[in-house]
Design a protein around this ligand. Structure first.
Ligand SMILES: NC(=O)c1ccc[n+]([C@@H]2O[C@H](COP(=O)([O-])OP(=O)(O)OC[C@H]3O[C@@H](n4cnc5c(N)ncnc54)[C@H](O)[C@@H]3O)[C@@H](O)[C@H]2O)c1
Length: 254
């Protein structure tokens, strides 16, 4: 079960955190993994790790927010079976503390970046007579998280894009789902704690861990396992769905 032998998978932001865990697991399951990354060094580290374990992996330096660059990379990769739209950036702020430049930056990466990869991937999936797309949403699209205006807005758009694509390409044998993690311990979390709460980092880490009723943050490997199921043939009856992976965050926090 859950074999990805003979499949070609693209993972955006595959050099770090959740995307890296997905890239490592997909390669282990036999996929040829193409990592699209802004940060060349971290992509190279992921490539070295996967190659050392006998996996097939190629990295492509690319900003998902750049339409022409994304189209060119997908054309170079050619026919694909799987796309994981994982690259994303964090932001802290309410609507009146989110400057326009910040709002545009979050939309450019977290919304337009997903659009760009969807746009560029469909022709390559047609060459494979179908495929599966997995978008990284967030529990921020489900409930009101304090101080996450731009981020929540972007992740709401990701969920809506998931439904739209699932509907429009069902007849072409392309499935599309999303995952909504609560807090997962990755460099993304460490980075925004360090940036936004420099004076009380340990306290914030503890607070964020306990905001999941299960009492801890998720692990990238746990998200990767769900991603593997949703991108494998075993989930062939699933499309147009969002899967929270949240330690009880959405339903058990009252
Ligand atoms: N970590 C969490 O708690 C959490 C929770 C919910 C959702 N998510 C989502 O999961 C995804 C991955 O998060 P993570 O925690 O692994 O983050 P991370 O920062 O550890 O990794 C993200 C990767 O994306 C890459 N990236 C960023 N902008 C890019 C761009 N413009 N073009 C190409 N690559 C780019 C970064 O270089 C990095 O390697 C994001 O979409 C995030 O919003 C994370």
């Amino acid at each position: 079960m859950f074999s990805l032998q003979n499949k070609k998978a693209v993972v955006t932001g595959g050099g770090s955190g959740i995307g890296k865990a997905i890239s490592v697991l997909f390669a282990k399951q036999g996929a040829e993994v193409h990592i699209i990354e802004l940060t060349v060094e971290s992509a190279q580290e992921a490539v070295s790790e996967i190659s050392a374990n006998g996996g097939k992996v190629i990295s492509h330096a690319c900003n998902v927010a750049n339409h022409e660059a994304v189209v060119a990379v997908f054309e170079k990769i050619g026919a694909i079976d799987i796309l994981v739209n994982n690259a994303g950036i964090a932001h802290v702020g309410k609507v009146d503390t989110t400057p326009e430049a910040d709002f545009d930056r979050i939309m450019n990466v977290n919304v337009k970046g997903v659009y760009n990869c969807l746009y560029a991937s469909i022709p390559q999936m047609r060459l494979s007579n179908g495929g599966v797309i997995l978008n990284m949403a967030s529990i921020a699209a489900w409930v009101g998280i304090p101080d996450r205006f731009a981020y929540s807005t972007a992740k709401g758009a990701v969920m809506a894009m998931t439904l739209s694509v699932a509907r429009d390409y069902m007849s072409e044998n392309i499935r599309c789902n999303s995952i909504s993690p609560a807090r997962v311990h990755t460099p993304f979390v460490d980075g925004f704690i360090a940036k936004n709460y420099p004076d009380n980092q340990a306290e914030m880490f503890d607070k964020l861990s306990k905001s999941q009723p299960i009492g801890r943050m998720g692990k990238p490997d746990e998200v990767a396992a769900l991603a593997l199921f949703l991108c494998s043939d075993e989930s062939g009856f699933i499309t147009g769905c969002d899967y929270p992976i949240d330690g009880g965050f959405i339903k058990l926090n009252n």
